[in-house]
Design a binder for this molecule. Structure first.
Ligand code: FO1
Length: 316
């Protein structure tokens, strides 16, 4: 059965490792956020595409979450010594090869989707990894800076350079309205036996995907086969700083709040045991609720979670 997963960074990476143990990897299509993409030192960096690729390849750094295991940062240290403008963003030496190769393909006119397949093939990945779009969409975060001054930041400037310390006014996806879904994205969603929303940051990772015209509608049309996994456990994100962005988008920081945010898209919703008291509220939204252990301490735990999510999508 064909499965589509909507994915962002670390939470998605861990979950997908479990999913490809639960079903054959070649049945899985991963539609990935590219709103975080940015050029650093002239190189096109796609953090979420790379996270998904490295996690599926078993090459991700499990502790750091992003980048490759066994990484060194000598080039970045050297760039910092130069005082290079973008050197607040840590690009590992192995990771740099991915960005160099991807950028050389893009600069020759190869679309991002094709460059992504190239990178995935080099890492021996059987799942299909599709960028949400080949067009430029940029997640912008409007904040009040430390002195209250209004700033319009690229997501990575907000998240990494400034440590998500600013008060967020608005998150927007610049370019999304004019973007077209990446090749194969709508077809994969339409043909999927199940569509899964990974436990990714709803605002930074999943919303940009849904903002590409046609994708939200395609997922909503499959609603009865869609399930998501809550990235919020016990009122806080498992990792990362999703709690800084959710309130700015008017979303309650809870497993039920995120389910409400995805209203109209979900048939099923998976929450953690610690949030079992919210099950009735989520059922009240007309959703099938599964309560399980959502903490992916290892691939076996992620596989168990993926199986629960698949059952929630299929209504079994
Ligand atoms: N996150 C950081 O907190 N600091 C970094 O220096 C950093 C570098 C980096 C390089 C490549 C990459 O693929 C991801 C990287 N990330 C870094 C993670 C990334 O900024 C975000 O966590 C994702 O964009 C959110 O999904």
């Amino acid at each position: 059965m064909a499965i589509v997963a909507l994915a962002g960074g670390v939470g998605a990476g861990k979950f997908l490792r479990g999913l490809v143990r639960a079903v054959p990897a070649h049945d899985v299509t991963v539609v990935v956020n590219t709103g975080d993409d940015r050029r650093f030192h002239g190189l096109h960096v796609s953090p979420d595409l790379d996270s998904v690729t490295y996690w599926l390849a078993g090459r991700a750094d499990r502790d750091r979450g992003w980048g490759r295991e066994g990484e060194t940062f000598r080039a970045t240290e050297e760039l910092r010594a130069f005082g290079a403008a973008d050197s607040w963003f840590g690009l590992g030496d192995l990771d740099l090869a991915t960005h160099l190769h991807r950028t050389s393909l893009l600069d020759r006119g190869v679309p991002l989707s094709e460059a992504t397949s190239h990178v995935a093939a080099r890492f021996g990945i059987d799942a299909r990894i599709l960028p949400m779009t080949d067009d430029l969409v940029e997640t912008r975060v409007e904040v009040a800076g430390q002195e209250g001054e209004p700033l319009d930041l690229h997501f990575q400037e907000y998240w990494v350079q400034r440590g998500a310390a600013d008060q967020v006014k608005e998150v927007r996806f610049a370019g999304a309205l004019a973007a077209r879904p990446g090749p194969g994205v709508l077809e994969a969603i339409a043909a999927a036996g199940a569509v899964l929303i990974c436990p990714s940051n709803p605002i930074a990772s999943i919303d940009p995907i849904l903002a590409v015209p046609g994708i939200r509608e395609a997922v909503a049309a499959r609603r009865d086969r869609v399930a998501g996994v809550s990235p919020i456990v016990g009122g806080a994100p498992l990792r990362g700083m999703a709690d800084r962005l959710l309130p700015a988008a008017g979303v309650e920081v809870s497993a039920a709040g995120v389910a409400e945010h995805y209203a109209g898209l979900l048939g099923g919703w998976v929450i953690d045991h610690r949030d079992a008291r919210l099950a009735g509220r989520v059922e009240g939204m007309g959703l099938r609720v599964a309560v399980t252990d959502t903490i992916m301490v290892d691939d076996a735990a992620a596989e168990a979670l993926a199986r629960v999510a698949l059952r929630a999508a299929l209504g079994r």
